[in-house]
Design a protein around this ligand. Structure first.
Ligand SMILES: [Zn+2]
Ligand SMILES: [Zn+2]
Length: 307
């Protein structure tokens, strides 16, 4: 048994309201369950973790103290802001292992997460929490979680260190690739631009292609892929280059190329209404109809998948 449930699917900032009620206004949070005992793994602590917290208190707490691992893709605020509202941190006996990439050596995960729990921001201090919370900086690599679950991590392209995750369990694979922007050539490519050097331009092109290929290989053949798709290609090229996110078109093309079975478009822009999201989905579904076996859907709060 390997299940994935979505508790937050938005990017950047929570955006509740009538225009986002269908797909949800909470930021990134996923619940993963595996094995006979339905062991719990949490991905990201965006605002969606508050509702997950309620569900855990009902489902898991009656069976005994909560033990879980929280894997962070990165520490941008939309991915950690829900942590102070994750109720098990206030319950004695709770054990939480928090994993995530650390960009600045002098600031560990404990400080980045813990600084949200200071009196100037929140009524409880991190040092006053009842749970046993252990922090583990994470790099690219593999982790054996026991009971047959293996996790592989891969650096993505984002303004700070950010990891994609690949979960393998009994021949099934679930991957995440957010927040991520396609790697680009860092050298000038137009001969009219100052500093143009044809050799450097060609090298930069090859390096970007190679890095993008590595990301593709990382989620190759995934049964389920959750991919960043904050912008349309038009929006991206007009004003969002370097913001660290992927256009819909690129996410869909890459998932198709990588032989992914089911793609969930994720990290919806907070300004995008439910209606606009559905219009985009229809457009892209039509575009790939008959050309690809890839199944595409919009990530929606409350969706649950069994792999
Ligand atoms: Zn984000
Ligand atoms: Zn981010």
């Amino acid at each position: 048994m390997f299940k994935v449930k979505l508790w937050g699917v938005r990017g950047s900032i929570p955006c509740p309201g009538p225009e986002t009620v269908k797909y949800g206004g909470n930021t990134a949070c996923l619940e993963l369950r595996f094995g006979e005992e339905e062991r719990l793994i949490i991905m990201d602590a965006g605002s969606g973790i508050r509702k997950l917290s309620e569900a855990i208190l009902k489902k898991d707490l009656p069976k005994g103290p909560i033990k879980t691992s929280l894997f962070l893709t990165h520490t941008h605020w939309d991915h950690i802001m829900g942590f102070p509202f994750f109720v098990p941190i206030f319950i004695p006996g709770t054990e939480i292992d928090v994993y995530g990439p650390v960009t600045y050596e002098d600031e560990g995960l404990d400080k980045i997460i813990g600084d949200q729990l200071r009196y100037r921001y929140f009524p409880v201090k991190h040092s006053e929490l009842s749970a046993d919370i252990r922090y583990h900086p994470l790099r690219e690599g593999t982790i054996d979680m026991g009971d047959g679950l293996h996790i592989t991590t891969k650096y993505l392209n984002h303004p700070i260190l950010c990891l994609g995750y690949r979960f393998e369990y009994q021949g099934k694979s679930f991957c995440t690739a957010y927040d991520n922007e396609p790697f680009r050539n860092v050298f000038p490519t137009d001969p009219k631009q100052p500093g143009y050097d044809p050799e450097a331009a060609a090298e930069g092109e090859a390096a970007a292609r190679e890095e993008n290929e590595k990301v593709l290989q990382f989620y190759k053949g995934a049964d389920l892929l959750i991919h960043d798709s904050q912008y349309t290609k038009e929006e991206y090229l007009a004003s969002k280059l370097g913001w660290g996110h992927t256009p819909f078109e690129t996410a869909i093309n890459n998932a198709h190329k990588a032989g992914v079975k089911h793609l969930l478009l994720f990290h919806h822009d907070p300004n995008r209404t439910d209606e606009q999201l559905e219009e985009l989905l229809e457009k892209y579904r039509k575009r790939i109809a008959g050309k690809s076996d890839l199944k595409i859907d919009l990530a929606r709060e409350g969706m649950e998948y069994t792999l």
